[in-house]
Ligand binder design. Structure first.
Ligand SMILES: N[C@@H](CCC(=O)N[C@@H](CS)C(=O)NCC(=O)O)C(=O)O
Length: 214
């Protein structure tokens, strides 16, 4: 079957982009990453494609999609219908949605924001972002102490949606040492076939004085 090329606009250091890349890789869907730095995201041309000026933006033929979690849902339904990535069963589907909401909520305002502040790409109060991260990580640690994956007995798009910014949390001064079940879950995701890590960011010691190793 001749498929149009899948094009992903994003950046290597964006966890929102990385979560989409993880699913594309795991589904073995070839794609082209178009680097989209901040200056380009502010341009009129890009805003025609992505009205909020955000990455990731996915193009699949004539279809254009923004919002990383919406893109994960699309890819799972379009290219992996009936697979474990996005279950149909009512309870499992609700649990996937719950963790997608957390990925767009506490995860974005906690570890992702703390990292963006440390990287100098966002202003804000790092202490408040780290406090949100600590509450989320404590909850995730309790949750994952009793199960292998976030939403079901197997990996789903919820795990991919949450993985990237938790894995990179130490870059924002959020240490993971106190959360053994979360660290074990990260290693489980990293063991999935075709996993590819995000590159490490350059964090200046002044920007993230409390940054600790994973
Ligand atoms: N809800 C969106 C959030 C995406 C997002 O915040 N992307 C950031 C980069 S990681 C962005 O494009 N921010 C606008 C900018 O930096 O110009 C999603 O899940 O895709």
């Amino acid at each position: 079957m001749n498929r149009p090329e899948i094009v992903l606009h994003g950046t290597a250091l964006s966890g929102h982009t990385h979560r989409v890349e993880l699913l594309l890789l795991m589904l073995e869907l070839p794609y082209r990453l178009v680097p989209t730095p901040a200056e380009l995201r502010r341009s009129e041309g890009f805003r025609q494609l992505s009205p909020l000026g955000q990455i990731p933006l996915l193009e699949d033929g004539d279809l254009r999609l923004t919002d990383s979690n919406a893109i994960l849902v699309y890819l799972a339904r379009r290219y992996a219908q009936g697979s474990h990535w996005l279950p149909d069963e009512a309870v499992a589907a609700s649990q996937v949605q719950r963790w997608l909401s957390i990925a767009a909520g506490e995860l974005a305002f906690g570890p992702a924001t703390a990292r963006m502040i440390a990287l100098g790409v966002k202003s804000g109060d790092p202490a408040s972002a780290r406090a949100i991260a600590a509450t989320l990580l404590a909850f995730m640690n309790r949750h994952l102490a009793e199960r292998a994956y976030l939403a079901a007995a197997h990996p789903t798009i919820a795990d991919l949606a949450c993985y990237s910014y938790i894995a990179q949390a130490p870059e924002g001064g959020v240490a993971l040492e106190s959360y053994p079940a979360v660290r074990a879950w990260l290693r489980r995701i990293e063991a999935l076939p075709r996993f590819r890590a995000m590159p490490a960011a350059q964090v200046s010691p002044a920007a993230a004085p409390a940054a600790l190793p994973r």
